[in-house]
Design a protein around this ligand. Structure first.
Ligand SMILES: *Cc1c(COP(=O)(O)O)cnc(C)c1O
Length: 227
């Protein structure tokens, strides 16, 4: 068994390697450690190894951990599906939300964010596999949602996020991410606060970096298998 610190060192080396291989600027891809169903002790170990940004999917679990780790200077990202009755707790406890896929969620997060807090950073979740049951807005409807979110107070439109269906092979993974990169670049012209492309997990982060990811969300490769 390797330690969490060893895992993080290995991932950081891979990020540098892929940045160089795919002609991305060095250190232009951030690591978000996905700590869902991982213990507070493991989060402390990742923090000691230099991680500051953590991603959680389940609100109740996350709020407990956020309270227990309050003395550390951590940045919390909500990355799971959102029920609209849970937006207040998300607005109060997180600095980022990656899974906004409808206007109602954005309005609620905007209204419920404490006006004296820094704006809540928002990524729009895009559905790349066009399965109707999956979360995420269709690529074709993303611009409309950006236009709705951009002027809202209390939140800041930062980018796009996607969780593609698992695919084998670098080329297939890259082909899946490519339309998202193209749309992201187009939207950046219109919405200059958009600087984040949140794609890439343990099994596809090379492809994501090749296709412009600025933030990879990695769980298993950091912490090992989830409980
Ligand atoms: C669980 C999860 C991840 C991390 O997945 P791994 O395969 O463990 O790296 C990334 N993003 C989201 C939205 C997740 O739910």
């Amino acid at each position: 068994m390797t330690s969490i610190a060893d895992n993080i060192d290995a991932i950081r080396l891979k990020l540098l390697k892929y940045e160089s291989e795919y002609l991305r600027q060095a250190k232009s891809v951030e690591l978000l450690a996905v700590s869902k169903r991982q213990s507070v002790e493991k989060i402390r170990a990742a923090h000691a190894a230099g991680c500051r940004d953590f991603g959680e999917n389940y609100l109740q679990e996350a709020v407990g951990k956020i309270e227990q780790l309050e003395e550390l200077d951590l940045v919390w990202h909500f990355i799971g599906p959102i029920q609209s009755n849970k937006t207040r707790a998300i607005a109060e406890n997180f600095q980022w939300v990656h899974s906004v896929d409808r206007e109602k969620l954005a309005s609620r997060l905007s209204e419920q964010r404490n006006p004296s807090a820094p704006p809540l950073n928002i990524c729009i979740q895009v559905n790349l596999s066009s399965e109707p049951s999956k979360s995420g807005v269709a690529l074709a409807d993303t611009e409309k949602l950006c236009k709705f979110i951009d002027p809202l107070p209390g939140i800041r439109l930062r980018g796009l996020m996607a969780i593609p269906a698992p695919l084998d092979g670098l080329e297939a993974q890259r082909r899946c991410f490519r339309p998202l990169l193209n749309e992201f670049k187009r939207l950046q012209q219109q919405f200059p606060t958009m600087d984040t492309l949140s794609i890439g997990m343990s099994s596809d982060f090379e492809a994501a970096i090749a296709e412009g990811s600025t933030l990879v969300r990695i769980g298993t490769a950091v912490f090992g298998a989830r409980d």
